[in-house]
Write a protein that binds this ligand. Structure first.
Ligand code: MD3
Ligand code: FE
Length: 206
């Protein structure tokens, strides 16, 4: 158990929400989908500096970053094919924990190898912030950092373990957050190690 101080209103932390069997099943499903929509390495707008995290997407829209900027688009940037559908199990998860009357449009799949991290940022490329973001962690544990809605404020650190689900709604939806590091070797779920994070979202207002 972690000493979880004061989570912002709207931050729902559901440790071990997925059973080991559900996690294995989800990884199998993702393995097939990632063959159709391979992980790619996004680069920072303007500078072209590569992310350490590799990504792909599922759903009618997917988030990409390249020299032009951050945006949602309907096709994979390398195959130019539409993204695969969001699997039923993830749509069901959204319905269980998302507290949202409409379906998710996108699932960003982030893969962290042992040394990957993600700097503090807000998720604000969507056209609505009324819908939550629902996140699933699989594989190695991540040290997650959560701040407030203003850059540079107080932060707290939380471990996200395999099978943990986090739902970010309300005030939490625009909180700064990032991944400080991965605890390499902490899980044997992914052959080859590392961590997968799935974030289900809505782009369009409803
Ligand atoms: C808190 N992903 O894809 S998931 C991202 O583990 C992203 O890959 C991280 O940040 C990852 O944008 C964190 C948990 C998460 C997702 C969205 C949030 C936490 C959040 C939005 C607002 C506040
Ligand atoms: Fe984020």
């Amino acid at each position: 158990m972690q000493l979880s101080v004061n989570f912002p209103k709207g931050f729902k932390y559901l440790p071990e929400f997925l059973s080991p069997e559900e996690q294995k099943e989800l990884v199998d499903t993702l393995r097939h989908l990632v063959k159709k929509a391979p992980l790619f390495t996004p680069v920072m707008p303007r500078t072209g500096k590569p992310f350490s995290v590799r990504m792909t997407n599922l759903g009618t829209l997917g988030w990409v970053s390249d020299r032009i900027g951050y945006r949602y688009q309907i096709q994979h940037p390398e195959t130019n094919q539409p993204w695969p559908e969001i699997p039923r199990s993830l749509q069901n998860l959204w319905n269980k924990v998302g507290d949202c009357p409409v379906a998710p449009e996108t699932c960003l799949v982030n893969y962290y190898a042992a040394t990957a991290k993600m700097g503090m940022h807000q998720d604000r490329d969507e056209k609505t912030f009324e819908a939550p973001v629902v996140s699933v962690s699989l594989g190695d544990t991540a040290i997650f950092r959560l701040g407030g809605i203003k850059r540079g404020g107080a932060t707290q650190s939380l471990k996200l373990n395999s099978g943990d689900v986090v739902a970010l709604g309300g005030d939490a939806r625009l909180c700064y957050h990032g991944i400080d590091r991965i605890l390499s070797g902490s899980s044997s779920l992914l052959k080859g190690g590392g961590r997968l994070n799935l974030t289900l979202r809505r782009f369009s207002p409803f």
